[in-house]
Design a protein. Structure first.
Length: 411
């Protein structure tokens, strides 16, 4: 038998794999070119128009690199463009958001204790916020206010903090952190697609037409590239945070996210200073450590208890699984084999918080995680890990039969 849940699990895996591959390529090239740009040196014998040069060694070979602040006198025959890494990273990230968060809105996007909205409303808010933030950011960058890069970065930080708090009033904690990462990635990829690449094309067109390129286009692209430089590390943290409940499933997750953006600045400042040979600011690591300790402390503050009646209300999909044949048996199996770890107060030795924030104590919690229980314990042996609670094969078959009674196999 082949199940839709299996198909979507592999689809999610494939999209996530593509996203990670392209993100590595984009972030890697971004880090490299920032380090290269900051390490350029002006030497007496530079060609006309060259801003600096750098000698590097890697893989047994030596590389001699020269940068032109605007452009060389003539267009090189072979010119490598760096753009697809950014585009495919964003597209694959949005595809993953669609597969995981939009199609699974009831479980991952919406939290009834936060806002009583429908999946369609949640998805529309998500998409609208992605577009709106880019438009606001881009217009401010192009205004007189954006002429001061420091002032602009402070404004961007305030905007991100406001977004962090706003998202906690609409989405689940996991979705809040994911959307902050998606917003930041949208700004970064938008900078490449709408600003940096078009400006480079203008410079190339001028060279091909025999005109002297206007240096303003390089200056604008440089500003957006600098923003991307300081936003890269927070994006990575926010994407990883969805796997760690201490980051997303806490009362002050929006404050933790705000601290992460500051840590991104301090860490990048250290490496930028090293690459530019302008000093060794060890103080940045002290500040980063203090910010991280503050995030750890905030994650330990217990949230206010929610209304029990609301917590036990089931959606239509959850009701189908709760009313399906075999649910009583599955309920007992999960309580006996899984809830010692997946509980508000785990009692399995060494477990202090429910893994990935997944709770399996009530009927609602078990019904809402039907797909995950089926995939991890019904048709695979992923859970319990190393089968520490001795789940029997007969119990796994009961779980699989229960799930398939609601979600019929494809074939």
């Amino acid at each position: 038998m082949y199940d839709m849940a299996v198909l979507f699990e592999w689809l999610e895996f494939a999209v996530r794999w593509l996203h990670v591959i392209t993100a590595i390529a984009w972030i890697g090239s971004s880090f490299y070119f920032i380090a290269l740009d900051l390490g350029l040196r002006k030497t007496p014998n530079l060609p006309k128009g060259a801003h600096g040069e750098e000698w590097q060694v890697h893989g047994g070979g030596f590389y001699h690199i020269q940068k032109y602040l605007v452009a060389p006198a003539a267009l090189p025959e072979h010119l490598t463009w760096f753009k697809w890494e950014s585009y495919v990273t964003w597209l694959s990230g949005f595809a993953m958001m669609f597969v995981v968060y939009y199609l699974g809105a009831d479980l991952y996007l919406i939290d009834p204790d936060v806002a009583d909205i429908s999946p369609v409303q949640a998805v529309m808010i998500s998409i609208a916020s992605l577009g709106a933030v880019w438009v606001i950011y881009d217009q401010i960058c192009k205004s007189k206010f954006g002429d001061d890069n420091t002032r602009l970065m402070i404004f961007l930080y305030i905007l991100l903090v406001a977004l962090a708090y706003g998202y906690t009033q609409v989405f689940s904690g996991r979705a809040t952190m994911l959307h902050l990462g998606a917003i930041t990635a949208t700004v970064m990829s938008g900078n490449v697609f709408f600003i940096i690449m078009p400006n480079q094309r203008i410079v190339v067109a001028d060279l091909q037409a025999g005109r002297t390129p206007d240096p303003k286009y390089g200056k604008i692209a440089k500003q957006r590239s600098t923003h991307n430089n300081y936003l890269t590390l927070p994006v990575i943290f926010l994407m990883l945070s969805t796997h760690y409940p201490l980051a997303f499933a806490t009362q002050y997750n929006w404050v933790i996210a705000s601290l992460v953006f500051l840590m991104g600045v301090t860490i990048r400042h250290y490496f930028n200073s090293i690459h530019a040979r302008s000093g060794n600011p060890h103080w940045t690591w002290i500040v980063t450590t203090l910010l991280f300790i503050a995030a750890m402390w905030l994650s330990s503050i217990q949230p206010e208890p929610t209304e029990e009646a609301r917590a036990e209300s089931l959606t239509l999909t959850q009701q189908k699984f709760a009313n399906a044949d075999g649910f009583a048996q599955v309920h007992d199996i999960v309580l006996g084999r899984c809830s010692m770890c997946h509980a508000q107060e785990p009692f399995y030795e060494g477990i202090r918080w429910a893994p990935k924030g997944v709770l399996l104590e009530t009927e609602k919690q078990i019904a809402s995680r039907a797909k995950q229980i089926f995939l991890h314990s019904g048709i695979t042996r992923a859970m319990p890990p190393a089968n520490v609670s001795f789940m029997e094969e007969a119990e796994r078959r009961i779980i699989a039969k229960w799930y398939r009674s609601v979600e019929k196999p494809l074939f």
